[in-house]
Design a protein around this ligand. Structure first.
Ligand SMILES: *Cc1c(COP(=O)(O)O)cnc(C)c1O
Length: 523
């Protein structure tokens, strides 16, 4: 068994330099357990289960049936459980501490949501069951859809997209279908400089040419530049509001009117809806399509915690082109409409996004969250999220440069730059330092319009005590980076791995395991 020990000091002097205790025999550090790969622990000769010899059945594979083992490691149940539990302890989670990732809205996932999602009537059903036996599940989709339409002031909602980026794809496909239906296929999608990377990627994936719209010095879309570029070749403008600088796009209605005047559509990236839910209805701002990340605003788990879900609310103009299926109430029963019919309002659907109806488990959690908060509670979510972000912004703007701090309060996230750090110190050093302080790093180097950006989104679910502790940690790191504390460049010291080569890790990740014996034989 090989232990992976790279990046750990092995001599007392190196350990002292790195402010660490010397290497232990196991590589473990108290409760932080070094863990080998499952292939290194298990053996292909052993197995954790004792099945009776499988009866020989005539193969229908025409001689293509596998004759040798596929080389999976055999472990007992306890060894398997320990392996994955140990790995899970090397990870950071929202249930461990504050997760300040800007733009990601890493909020607490209420356990009530989990309880409801696990009720057998929701958890143990199958998408191909007769509709008469899953009326409750269809009712959940229908009721959640009604809430999303009401909260956004839009005309309809496509429930099936499975993440924010998938929702963007849905919105742009509906826009393209609408343009083609009027015989006016267009070629360009305009995207502001500060957009999330998924926006230009989605537009390019749909075959559009992507053009940048610059930002003003105060971090918002340059209205005059946008207006100057609008024309008959523009299919849509994709705008994030609140934007990724954590600011509300105040000219949204003016922008929408100008976009509509040239026959184009407004796509709004609604991933930051958490900051305005219950306070602003995007439909009133002239939006034609917007995805809602249920896994952000409506608290369903994401990242390592679970799948996403990205319903897309649509304007009246785009509703006929929405994807199938959708749930309708007909004569007191909920019906999953799977095919377009001439008379219904989805008569010109662009097709389907997914095989079934979308992320049922997320629908259940999101509706539970909405019903347990109510309209007033949701409004307070937005208010508290904004309050918490401003508390962070104003608690740190004396030690960290806040590029838009002068233009008034922020929305749900606080944005800082690397201006003023000592020569040779970067945003990365502060991010790595946060790991040693026991926090997940903030979003860094995004948005691109700010040099060395640090984007912090605390969400409304953190207490003042938790915010104060985070502020203390970030303040101390900012002070060290400004004072040129060389030790910070070695961070993290207390993580399972020390500082990795970010470029190699991203460009040449080693994702497969090769048996060292085989590798040697090959040489
Ligand atoms: C999270 C996010 C997205 C993408 O959503 P996914 O669910 O991760 O696909 C798009 N835009 C913004 C601004 C986001 O924060």
């Amino acid at each position: 068994m090989t232990m992976l020990k790279e990046g750990r000091p092995t001599t007392p002097q190196a350990a002292k330099d790195a402010h660490m205790a010397p290497q232990t025999a196991t590589g473990n550090r108290a409760l932080m357990l070094e863990e080998a790969l499952i292939f290194e622990i298990g053996s292909t000769d052993t197995t954790g289960v004792d099945f009776a010899e499988a009866p020989k059945v005539a193969s229908r594979l025409g001689g293509l049936a596998r004759t040798d083992s596929i080389g999976l490691p055999g472990l007992s149940e306890q060894e398997t459980v320990r392996h994955y539990t140990r790995l899970s302890r090397q990870n950071y989670a929202i249930d461990l501490g504050l997760f300040p990732l800007g733009s990601c809205t890493m909020k607490h996932n209420p356990r009530l949501n989990e309880k409801v999602a696990r009720m057998p009537g929701f958890a143990d059903i199958h998408p191909l069951q007769p509709q008469s036996t899953v009326q409750g599940a269809l009712a959940v989709i229908h009721e959640l859809a009604a809430w999303l339409v009401t909260l956004t002031g839009m005309h309809s909602v496509a429930m099936s997209p499975k993440a924010g980026a998938h929702g963007e794809l849905c919105g742009l496909l509906a826009i393209r279908a609408a343009l083609e239906a009027r015989g006016d296929a267009r070629s360009v999608v305009l995207v502001p400089e500060s957009a999330h990377g998924t926006n230009p990627a989605t537009a390019a994936f749909c075959g559009y040419k992507v053009e940048d719209i610059p930002a003003t010095p105060d971090g918002r879309v340059d209205l005059e530049a946008l207006k100057a570029r609008l024309g008959p070749d523009v299919a849509a403008v994709m705008i994030t509001n609140p934007n990724t600088c954590g600011l509300f796009e105040r000219d949204m209605k003016t922008i929408s009117d100008a976009v509509h005047a040239v026959g184009a559509f407004v796509y709004c990236d609604g991933a930051n809806f958490n900051a305005i839910v219950g306070r602003v209805r995007p439909g009133d701002l002239g939006v034609d399509a917007m995805h809602i990340n249920l896994h952000k605003t409506f608290s369903t788990p994401h990242g390592g915690g679970g799948p996403g879900s990205g319903p897309v609310v649509l304007s009246q103009a785009l509703t006929p082109f929405a994807p199938l299926p959708f749930v309708e109430k007909q004569d007191g029963k909920f019906v999953l409409v799977e095919e377009e019919t001439a008379e219904d309002h989805h008569a010109r659907t662009f097709g389907r996004m997914v095989a079934f109806h979308g992320q049922m488990g997320m629908f259940t959690r999101a509706l539970t969250y909405i019903l347990s908060h109510g309209a007033d509670g949701l409004r307070q979510v937005a208010e508290d999220a904004v309050l918490n972000a401003n508390y962070i912004l104003r608690s740190l703007d004396d030690v960290l440069d806040a590029p838009f701090g002068g233009s008034g309060p922020c929305m749900h996230e606080a944005l800082f730059s690397d201006k003023g750090l000592a020569e040779g110190f970067t945003t990365l050093d502060i991010a790595k330092g946060l790991i040693d302080e026991g926090f997940h790093p903030m979003t860094m180097y995004f948005p691109l319009v700010v040099h060395g950006a640090m984007l912090v989104e605390p969400t409304e679910t953190e207490s003042k005590a938790a915010l104060d502790q985070f502020i203390m940690a970030l303040r101390s790191l900012a002070e060290r980076a400004k004072a040129g504390d060389e030790a910070l460049k070695g961070a993290p010291y207390h993580a399972p791995r020390r500082r990795l080569d970010e470029t190699l890790a991203a460009r040449k990740p080693i994702l497969t395991w090769t048996d060292p014996a085989l590798a040697q034989a090959a040489e």
